[in-house]
Design a protein around this ligand. Structure first.
Ligand code: ZN
Length: 86
């Protein structure tokens, strides 16, 4: 046993917490803006029960999450999306 033992833990020690920032898919140039008629896209941001997913889960930026929630509500109002699904 050497006296000056080095730490040999499998986890690398991090001084700062780095995390990969999920990029907002609506911020990309090739993506069209959020639209209430685009049900296929909106369905990715609601659960199978019809609830909206939070930004923490979707990784959408704040302005686009607001737009998304607005469009989901519009889509619900004209019955493209359910308010609640059993
Ligand atoms: Zn965005």
């Amino acid at each position: 046993m050497p006296t000056a033992r080095r730490k040999t833990s499998s986890k690398p020690k991090r001084s700062k917490t780095f995390y990969v920032k999920k990029s907002c898919r609506f911020c990309r140039k090739d993506t069209p803006r959020v639209d209430y008629k685009d049900v296929e896209t909106l369905r990715q941001y609601v659960t199978d029960r019809g609830k909206m997913l939070s930004r923490r889960i979707t990784g959408v930026c704040a302005p686009h999450q607001r737009a998304l929630s607005r469009e989901i509500k519009k889509a619900r109002f004209i019955a493209l999306l359910p308010f609640l699904e059993d």
